[in-house]
Design a protein around this ligand. Structure first.
Ligand SMILES: NC(=O)N[C@@H](O)C(=O)O
Ligand code: NI
Length: 163
């Protein structure tokens, strides 16, 4: 079986696929009489297609463990999708390059505590995969008319392994 070794998530490595949502290295400024620091504009939220609406959701997901069998990826042609953890547990983030509407060369990242991500619109990705325990995430994505989900099942699954 083809293996994919996990990598540490960094803005630079994830840049072709989406945003890393974190406080480090971003524009921030004081608001509310100086009581609050706003970490500003952290992700490119995109909504498109017929009657688009931005959705704010909570996903409560059971975890996965390594070795993780990657059988399929998906993408959302009409919108981005952000996963922001409500715990400090890491989670697994899987993305693929696109080669003529076929996902290729999967990459697997493990987040640092508190890091979130935002997949750009139409980025091939694995579904939400927490690690260690059942975990809640705020998920910001696109609602509206039309089909916003395209799935691809690999002929041969990949095996995602720790570094
Ligand atoms: N289906 C759904 O709402 N979630 C997926 O898009 C996912 O990436 O987890
Ligand atoms: Ni998705």
């Amino acid at each position: 079986m083809r293996t994919v070794k996990v990598e540490r998530l960094t803005k630079a490595e994830f840049a072709p696929f989406g945003d890393v949502i974190e406080k480090e290295g971003v524009e921030n400024f004081k608001i509310n009489d100086g009581r609050c620091t706003r970490y500003h504009d952290l992700a490119h939220v995109e909504i498109a297609g017929p009657q688009p609406r931005a959705l704010v959701n909570i996903f409560e997901s059971t975890p996965v463990s390594f070795p993780y069998e990657l059988r399929m990826v998906e993408r959302h042609p009409f919108g981005s999708q952000a996963f922001v953890p409500l715990s400090d547990r890491p989670f697994l983030v899987i993305v693929c390059e696109d080669e003529g509407a076929v996902p290729v060369r999967p990459r697997a990242f493990v987040t640092a505590p508190g890091q979130g991500i935002n997949f750009f619109r139409n980025t091939w990705h694995g579904v939400l995969t927490p690690l260690e325990a059942v975990s809640d995430f705020v998920v910001v994505d696109r609602g509206g008319e039309g089909n916003n989900l395209e799935e691809y099942f690999f002929d041969e699954p990949y095996c995602v392994v720790e570094g």
